[in-house]
Design a protein around this ligand. Structure first.
Ligand code: ZN
Ligand code: ZN
Length: 382
C-alpha cells in the first residue's frame, strides 16, 4: 500500500482520496487491478496454500533469524503450549476456567455468562445471518470450472432502500453484495431485491388467480444505473425503454455537463471508472430510486468464497417487520380488501389462505361484495 500511495500522484489508476475517509477520486477498475498485478508476485495472488517448510524458510529469511531460533519459536508459540490445565488432563474446551488470566479467555467467559442470562436462544434472523457468513467464508467450488480466477477483482456493493418511507429518512437500511469484475451491471440489477418489482396493480376480486400475471417486474423492465455521468440502461428485452433520455435532454437544455448512455448488460464492473465510497443511483419501476455505493474494490483472496456459482454473494440484508394476516396472525399479508362485509376493518389485510377461505366457495366462486387488491409486504424478502 505504501508504494501505491507514493506513486498515486502520477498515476490516476491508483485510488486516492477526494474527501478523506469519505470517497476516492474516480479510477478505472481494470487498470487498478493491473497496477496491483504488476507489483505482486504470482504467489501473492495464488489460492494455493504454501507448504509449511517453504513458509517457515520464507518467514525465517524475512525476520532474519537462523533455523535454530525458528525451531525454538515454533515450539514456544505452538498451540500445544497454550494450556490452562495440567498436561495430563483432557479439558472440556467449551468451559472457561474460573481463574483464567488470559485476556481472550476472560472476554470469552464474559460473553458466555451474558449469553446464559438471555431468555431466548437465537432467533431466525440471527440464524440466517450466521448462515450467510458460513457460505461467504472460504467456500470452495465442487468443480474447478466454477473456481474464481486468481487475481480476479472482488467488489463490495451496498444497495440502499429507497427513502420513500418515512421511517427510512433517518436510518438507511441496505443489502450488501459481493460481485466480481467480470459481472455485468445487469447481473447486479437482477440481484437487487426490491418490493416495487413485485407490486401488482389492479383489483382482482373476480379473478384472484390472475394476479401473478400482473407483477410489475414482468411488465416494466426498464431501469438504469448512473455512474460518473453515464446512464447504464437495461436494454435486454424488446419492451425496455431508455428511461434516461428525459433526464439527459433536460440537462442538455439547462447547460449541465453532458451525460452519456450505455447498456448495462454490455458493461462489466471491470470496465467502469468509479469513485469508491461515492453514492451512485439505481432507478427502476419508473421512480423507485436506490443509492448504490461501492465500498471496496480488491483482489480475490484464498479465504474468499471462491465458488463462482454463489456470486453475486449476499453478505448482509436488512430485515423488516412484516404485516401479518388479520385473521390468523401467522402468515404475511398477501391481499387487502375494501368494502368488505366479512372484514373487521376497512381496509383489511389477509394471507392468501384466509383470504380465499373467507371470500370464495369450494368451487372458487366469489361470495358477497368486496374489492380485493394484491399486497406485497416490504419484508417479503426477509
Ligand atoms: Zn426499488
Ligand atoms: Zn391468515
Amino acid at each position: 500500500m505504501a508504494a501505491a500511495e507514493l506513486s498515486s500522484e502520477a498515476n490516476s489508476d491508483i485510488p486516492d482520496y477526494e474527501y478523506t475517509d469519505v470517497n476516492t477520486k474516480p479510477f478505472h477498475i481494470e487498470a487498478f487491478r493491473n497496477e496491483w498485478l504488476k507489483r505482486l508476485k504470482p504467489s501473492d495472488v495464488s489460492f494455493r496454500e504454501q507448504d509449511e517448510d517453504t513458509f517457515d524458510a520464507d518467514f525465517a529469511r524475512e525476520m532474519r533469524v537462523d533455523p535454530e531460533t525458528m525451531a525454538e519459536l515454533k515450539s514456544v508459540c505452538s498451540l500445544d503450549s497454550l494450556r490452562c490445565h495440567p498436561p495430563d488432563q483432557q479439558p472440556d474446551d467449551t468451559i472457561v476456567p474460573e481463574d483464567a488470566t488470559l485476556n481472550t479467555l476472560m472476554q470469552r467467559k464474559e460473553r458466555q455468562d451474558y449469553k446464559a442470562t438471555l431468555k431466548t436462544g437465537k432467533n431466525r434472523h440471527t440464524l440466517y445471518a450466521d448462515e450467510l457468513e458460513r457460505i461467504t467464508v472460504g467456500r470452495k467450488p465442487k468443480t474447478m470450472t466454477d473456481l474464481i480466477a486468481e487475481g480476479e477483482i472482488i467488489l463490495t456493493i451496498n444497495v440502499y432502500y429507497p427513502a420513500v418511507f418515512e421511517k427510512f429518512r433517518s436510518v438507511r437500511p441496505h443489502m450488501t453484495l459481493r460481485m466480481t469484475g467480470t459481472h455485468s451491471l445487469a447481473e447486479l440489477k437482477d440481484a437487487i431485491c426490491c418490493v416495487s418489482d413485485l407490486q401488482v396493480c389492479g383489483e382482482f376480486s373476480n379473478t384472484p388467480d390472475m394476479a401473478p400475471d400482473f407483477i410489475s417486474k414482468d411488465h416494466f423492465k426498464s431501469a438504469f444505473f448512473f455512474f460518473e455521468g453515464v446512464f447504464y440502461n437495461d436494454m435486454r428485452f424488446p419492451e425496455c425503454q431508455d428511461i434516461s433520455t428525459t433526464t439527459i435532454e433536460w440537462a442538455k437544455a439547462r447547460n449541465f455537463p453532458p451525460y452519456s448512455q450505455a447498456k448495462m448488460e454490455d458493461t462489466r464492473f471491470a470496465d467502469l471508472k468509479v469513485k469508491v465510497g461515492f453514492p451512485y443511483l439505481y432507478c427502476h419501476q419508473g421512480d423507485c430510486e436506490h443509492l448504490v455505493i461501492i465500498t471496496d474494490v480488491r483482489l480475490a483472496h484464498m479465504n474468499d468464497c471462491l465458488d463462482k456459482k454463489l456470486y453475486p454473494l449476499l453478505t448482509h440484508k436488512h430485515r423488516l417487520i412484516t404485516q401479518k394476516c388479520a385473521v390468523c396472525h401467522v402468515f404475511i399479508g398477501r391481499w387487502f380488501t375494501t368494502n368488505d362485509q366479512f372484514a373487521p376493518s376497512d381496509p383489511c389485510l389477509y394471507c392468501d389462505k384466509c383470504f380465499r377461505m373467507l371470500h370464495y366457495d369450494a368451487q372458487g366462486n366469489k361470495l358477497g361484495d368486496f374489492l380485493a387488491y394484491p399486497y406485497v409486504d416490504r419484508g417479503a424478502f426477509n
